[in-house]
Design a binder for this molecule. Sequence first.
Ligand code: SIN
Length: 499
Amino acid sequence: MNTLVKEEKLLNYINGEWVAATKGKYVPVTNPANGEKLVDVPLSSHADVDKAVEVAKKAQKEWALVPAPQRAEMLYQVGYLMKERKEHLSRLLTMENGKVLEEARGEVQEGIDMAFYMAGEGRRLFGHTTPAELNDKFAMSVRAPVGVVGIITPWNFPIAIATWKSFPAIIAGNAVIWKPATETPMMAYELAKIFEEAGLPKGVLNVVFGSGSEVGDAMVEHSSIRVISFTGSNDVGRSVAGKCGQQLKKVSLEMGGKNAMIVMDDADLDLAVQGIVWSAFGTSGQRCTAGSRVIVHENIKQELEERILHEMDQITIGDGLDETIKMGPIINQSGLNKIQSYVEIGQDEGAKLLAGGYVLDEGDYANGNYFAPTLFTDVKPDMRIAQEEIFGPVLSLIPVSSFEEAIEVNNSVAYGLSSSIFTNDVNQVFKAQRDLDTGIVYVNAGTIGAEIHLPFGGTKGTGNGHRDSGQAALDVFTEWKAVYVDYSGKLQRAQIDVD
Ligand code: SIN
């Protein structure tokens, strides 16, 4: 057993207690870098969700009455504890998810930033005061907590995305039922322990481990959970949205991207190549914001191809705990299979494979899930490899002949998460930020690198109009309440008694 993991079996965290799931079924969690078993995670059932919701309902009523600046004190404490344990959390994250240590540290830092940012909201949570249309009348709008909320988080950013969702929910006075991904439960376990130590009242945060089809479904179906915030695949997200819609339940979805980097012929190519390689192969391409398309001006296509290939050759692949490694493994076998199948689809469609395209399974790679960094060129915008999310280290170069065509190709996909443009032409910069149909736009940088105080999410098939992170996250976890105080001592009718 690895010395960083003390437990053999994880327990659910319900009402401030660590409790076994009712059915007693477990699945192993393995390190994708070497196949080593890390821990067993429970497969909970509807009954566990019901239990968590019952205690959360009660806890939420009291939590909502705690003044928000006091709620914030607890969140500051969470931030300090995360900071203190940053290295421990980062190493565990690399072990369960596979991302390289430098990126794991970055992800934990994102959670720390979110703790302090949302704690600050304890003294803001701004509403509006506004003049009333009648004399001796006061009008304002305030944010009210929704009640019990459900968050369903993915394995690719198991701690950062959990903080994007749980911190705003908690600061706003809600209680949370959290279903983490079964591939990466240790981050949830560690974060729940931190909440416990920080003094969060019992029942305000509850972690129920298990599958989407059982625990996720139970949360979506539960009439007392009034919000579902989900990050994951498009198919699952659509089904969650349908079920929530039937119940008039608020649902916030982030379901991935097919993100592109435009490189114009006046761009700084050294910078563009660095941004492209970082966005395409960082986190082994397993980010919702990963850059998987390069839309390149035909005048510089060949030079860009050569430079990207050269940079790809420098990528060291292996166990992310080794600080010399730049790209870690793929999360599991089914991820590898999906990537491999897209390589075959690309070749069948007539795209030219310039590098990679295969599983690495010999020598040091034998027990892990590794895929070689892969580059296709002469890709047509309507090919499946240019349209569908692959979630792996596969990059497609699409040549275009003008700025207008580049924008059109960028916008031709069903997703709208992140996009970027490399150019030194200020007019093109401003036109691009206006015309790129994505929730996030970068100029002279790749498609990854979100900061927590800005909204995260996208247009079209990426989501349903809500955002994680930033101020926008508060809209998911609060209801607007309009308050009118009439101090005239008489009946005053709006729109009628106005002269
Ligand atoms: C993602 O792209 O999947 C998440 C990005 C982040 O947390 O920075």
